[in-house]
Design a protein around this ligand. Sequence first.
Ligand SMILES: *[C@@H]1O[C@H](CO)[C@@H](O)[C@H](O)[C@H]1NC(C)=O
Ligand SMILES: *[C@@H]1O[C@H](CO)[C@@H](O)[C@H](O)[C@H]1NC(C)=O
Ligand SMILES: *[C@@H]1O[C@H](CO)[C@@H](O)[C@H](O)[C@H]1NC(C)=O
Length: 368
Amino acid sequence: MGIFSLVLISLFTFAKAAVPRATSNNCVGTISSLSDVSAAVQCTTVNIHSFTVPGGRTFSLDLLQGTTVNVLGDIQFGNATWKGPLFLVTGQDITFNGNGQVFDGGGGYYWDGLGAKGSTKPNPMMKIKMSGTFSDVHVVNSPARCFSINNVGPLVISGAVVDDSQGDYPNDKSNGRPAGHNTDGFDVSGNDVVIRKSSVINQDDCLAINRGKNIVFEDNYCHGGHGVSIGSITSDVVVEGVIVQGNEVVNSVTAFRIKTDKTATNSRVSNVTYSGNTARNCSSYGLLIDQSYPAVVGTPGNGVAISDINFNQGSTELSVVQDAQMVAVNCGKNSCTGPWDWSDLKTSGGKIGKFQNTPTLIGYAAPY
Ligand SMILES: *[C@@H]1O[C@H](CO)[C@@H](O)[C@H](O)[C@H]1NC(C)=O
Ligand SMILES: *[C@@H]1O[C@H](CO)[C@@H](O)[C@H](O)[C@H]1NC(C)=O
Ligand SMILES: *[C@@H]1O[C@H](CO)[C@@H](O)[C@H](O)[C@H]1NC(C)=O
């Protein structure tokens, strides 16, 4: 070998060694089965192809910071009697592109009309702990609660679908009741969460905020189910800074609700603004603020302070069925403090409900 070639080889080797280590993650990982996951998550692009996750196993993605995930095929989850979750994603600054691909939880195998109180079910189905953006993921047939959000940093969810419409029908285990039960769309316990342009067809809360600050729920569609809820609120939690706007709530038990446990202490719900929402055909309540949970408009507790609950900055129209109540406010002694600006709340269709320990409601003309 001539000296010239030797120099070339050394130069080449040197150039390779000099490449910064970080770019070793600048690769594309491919997942077509669970056994591909551990290698694929070493790359900052992860492509997921269609496959079936074996029953009893979590499809768990623990991603490098800044990873982009592309879902390129439908994901089925095998049926097994266990607690789940079926899917878990962790990581910071993630771009998760669901591309409208379907995650099928196999609900029909589990549903018995009893939800969490019945047989053991994967609950929740989808655990979201990442920050970043989570887009266009379509879930069908969640065994019980669908998305549980417990994010490590700011998170924007958009274009998500939870379609548990098959759970509206009875099956051979549900004794004539709708088979799906406790199929919450989104359960949020985290700060800085935006959920937008998503839709939920289910048999329980469309959204339930259990704790967190700076949460936006906008331009979503909720069908069936129990509507958009803050709570139930337990002891020692804070919900603060919530915007609920531009949503459409259809055929639900309640459109908007704040429910706090009767026995809860040392908690607070403050600064919640509803605007530009519509709800139609609510079967029990348009708006319900109730401090007696688990009772419904029972004897209220007063250990959760509720303040700054406003319907302003754009009209919210709630229409309920004839026997339903348009609005009920059931607060404990001195635990709801106002005034609240309800000048953009319009209600129609039903009766006016109970008003107990209610602060001054500016602009709401109901005979309470
Ligand atoms: C799980 O059971 C449901 C309901 O019977 C069925 O639709 C689904 O295909 C099953 N999932 C798999 C992966 O076999
Ligand atoms: C109320 O919450 C919104 C949304 O998080 C926030 O922008 C606003 O500053 C809060 N207002 C007060 C008085 O804290
Ligand atoms: C109203 O909602 C109920 C379920 O609460 C549903 O059975 C009924 O079909 C709905 N009516 C219309 C007109 O959509």
